[in-house]
Design a protein around this ligand. Structure first.
Ligand code: C2E
Ligand code: MG
Ligand code: MG
Length: 618
């Protein structure tokens, strides 16, 4: 694929918009597609630039007009990358002359707007700045999409001669060079000067638009692992390593078939796209590259290097969905090659499945949250001193139309790797406190425990989110509990600080899954925790395993000695409940008492639990 960073300004002159009835749908590209390319330039709302301002100043001066601008036409506005003689940074697209310019293939000249039926009523003509004369040259991106225009404006009617039109076109060509340079700045790898990952993504899209339906291959090559890279940096330092990468890039470029571009997409990763052929031929490309790059070579700095490179290959159809996923699939194939210690592998959905599912689930979460596909269920907690249900734990459930029921262990784990966990916990807090206020209104007083993740506690706005939620539902702080896992609160001073502030708000904190994590008791002592929630794996065997029973007995008395309330989770039988009650455990939760229940089943459960059915628990 050959890439031209330079764009021509289309030749030709039209004294009015080429076809006044022309609509955007008649253009070779859809408006949505054009907007995609316009936005991907990163120019909209970018900082002022002297390079662009010089061009508008020249235009204003050479053509002797009070106003000149480089306008970018966005969805509903035109935004000025550079302007002379205009105060505002943007105007509505409807009123703009430049919208007409981008619809024409040539220079648009309006000698007197007041006599032109298309513009006579425009607010820019009837109001400020009172345009009478306008000339604009459309600026086209390499993809052919119109970005905006370079235009000159006067408040007096006037004409342009051929020489002046040529001048305007030359200035527009200069503006395009600046736009190309601006785009290149973020699309070139600084070390090898090869197109980078951003350029690869753009080219993948461009190929897809230019040749929809074609079968292509994406090859991703890792020339050394990150561990090898680290030790190379330690051994030789950065400049010799960069020199080695340049040599590697040269070897790879020479080994690729004619016309196939090489991309430098990660520190030690390179990529290439080429039309798919028979497997054999493509294996040959990968084999040639890997053979060449495995030969020892001497860098500019005189160091001899021998690499152990791996490659991942994926064949994909040029349509939007497959193109967007191509790099991820090639990365999966590369991981597979490394895991199986093969020099290269083709993408295999089997190897990719867990990652693919994780990726698909993560993508589905925001809209599922918005569309009510998450809900909370509530598991009752029994106070073993009063034999009353005093609270519930809110547990999230997700039923996705395609994936079905997804377990919280899976989706919470995924969310914790991203910032989604913050929105999710905020949603859980709101939902749980809202439900609690509904119960309160019906005379049901229950504490509600909400599980929070370590990452939530590190979030700078966590306390604010908590305060806002409590205020919104008028929730008394003592009716809310936060459950944090033992490991999560032992991790940092920041979490400890947040927990102290939470405690100061009057909200109590339970340490979830206690007994299976760190159990750094000296550290625990300094945390503002009130309740230790004994993990279910310790609770379940106590009726049958003497040592497990001794351990729980000791943990209960130790916890009490240190001033904690002890809560047991995972109580599945009457025997276990009995043992816990007789050894002073304060509260219990588990399937024997109740499974997690839907919100509207809680009232009935409370009613029944007061009756004879649960007498055995007392
Ligand atoms: P967890 O907070 O320790 O919750 C207890 C888990 O044990 C729940 O599983 C509950 O349904 C289950 N359970 C309760 N009693 C019994 C029993 O007697 N026997 C057995 N075998 N299991 C019992 P679930 O709902 O699948 O939740 C798993 C974990 O996912 C939770 O462990 C919690 O860490 C996390 N989670 C659930 N909802 C949320 C949430 O809203 N936010 C966050 N951050 N984590 C959540
Ligand atoms: Mg919990
Ligand atoms: Mg637990």
């Amino acid at each position: 694929m050959t890439r031209s960073f330079y764009t021509q300004v289309r030749p030709g002159v039209a004294s009015v918009c080429a076809d006044p009835s022309a609509t955007l749908s008649k253009l070779p590209f859809s408006e949505q597609e054009r907007l995609f390319f316009v936005r991907s330039t990163g120019l909209l709302d970018s900082k002022a630039s002297e390079a662009f301002d010089r061009i508008t100043r020249l235009a204003s001066c050479l053509l002797q007009v009070p106003i000149a601008a480089i306008s970018i036409v966005d969805e509903s506005r035109q935004w000025f990358k550079s302007r002379v003689g205009i105060d505002v940074s943007e105007t509505a697209r409807n009123d703009s002359f430049c919208t007409c310019t981008i619809e024409s293939a040539s220079v648009l000249v309006v000698e007197d707007a007041l006599t032109d039926p298309r513009f006579a009523d425009s607010l820019l003509v009837t109001g400020d700045p009172g345009i009478r004369f306008y000339a604009g040259v459309p600026l086209h991106l390499p993809s052919g999409h119109a970005l905006g225009s370079l235009c000159v404006i006067d408040t007096q009617p006037r004409k342009l001669n051929d020489q002046e039109i040529q001048l305007l076109q030359d200035l527009a060509a200069l503006a395009m060079v600046q736009i190309d340079l601006h785009q290149m700045a973020g699309r070139i790898n600084e070390v090898t000067r090869l197109p980078n990952r951003a350029q690869l993504s753009e080219d993948l899209t461009n190929v897809c638009l230019a040749r929809p339906g074609r079968l292509d291959t994406l090859l991703l090559l890792e020339v050394m692992s990150s561990a090898q890279l680290q030790s190379a940096v330690r051994a030789v330092g950065i400049p010799p390593l960069e020199a080695a990468l340049r040599t590697i890039a040269t070897i790879l470029m020479r080994s690729l078939p004619e016309g196939v571009d090489l991309y430098h997409v990660g520190e030690t990763r390179f990529a290439a796209i080429y039309p798919a052929a028979e497997d054999r031929a493509q294996d040959d490309i990968a084999a040639t590259l890997l053979a060449k790059i495995s030969e020892p070579f001497v860098t500019d700095g005189g160091i001899t290097v021998q690499l152990e490179a791996h490659a991942g290959l994926v064949r994909y159809r040029c349509n939007q969905a497959e193109t967007e996923d191509a790099l991820r699939m090639a990365t999966s194939a590369l991981h597979q090659a490394e895991a199986e210690q093969r020099r290269w592998t083709w993408y295999s959905p089997g190897f990719d499945m867990p990652h693919k599912r994780a990726f698909a689930l993560l993508r589905a979460i925001p809209s599922s949250l918005a569309h009510g596909e998450f809900r909370l269920v509530y598991q009752p907690k029994l106070d073993l001193h009063t034999a009353r249900i005093t609270g519930v734990e809110a547990l999230a459930r997700w039923r996705h139309p395609k994936f079905g029921d997804v377990s919280p262990a899976e989706f919470v784990g995924l969310m914790e790797r991203t910032t989604l966990i913050h929105d999710f916990t905020e949603w859980v807090l709101h939902k749980a406190l809202e439900q609690q206020s509904i119960w309160r209104a019906h005379g049901i007083d229950l504490t509600v425990a909400v599980n929070v993740s370590a990452r939530n506690l590190e979030h700078p706005r966590f306390l604010q989110i908590l305060r806002n939620a409590c205020a919104l539902y008028d929730a008394p702080p003592q009716a809310l509990r936060l459950e944090c896992t033992e490991n999560s609160v032992m991790t940092g001073t920041l979490t400890a600080k947040t927990l102290t502030a939470v405690r100061a708000m009057g909200i109590s904190i339970s340490l979830d899954d206690f007994g299976v994590g760190y159990s750094n008791l000296s550290c625990l002592h300094s945390l503002p925790v009130e309740i230790l929630k004994l993990d279910q794996t310790l609770i379940k065997p106590i009726a049958t395993d003497e040592r497990a029973f001794t351990l729980i007995k000791s943990l209960i008395s130790m916890g009490h000695a240190l001033g904690y309330r002890m809560l047991a989770e995972g109580v599945e039988t009457a025997e276990v409940l009995d043992l816990l009650k007789h050894h002073g455990c304060d509260a219990a939760q588990g399937y024997y008492i109740a499974r997690p229940l839907e919100a509207d089943a809680i009232a009935e459960f409370l009613e029944v639990s007061r009756g004879p059915n649960l007498q055995g628990m007392r």
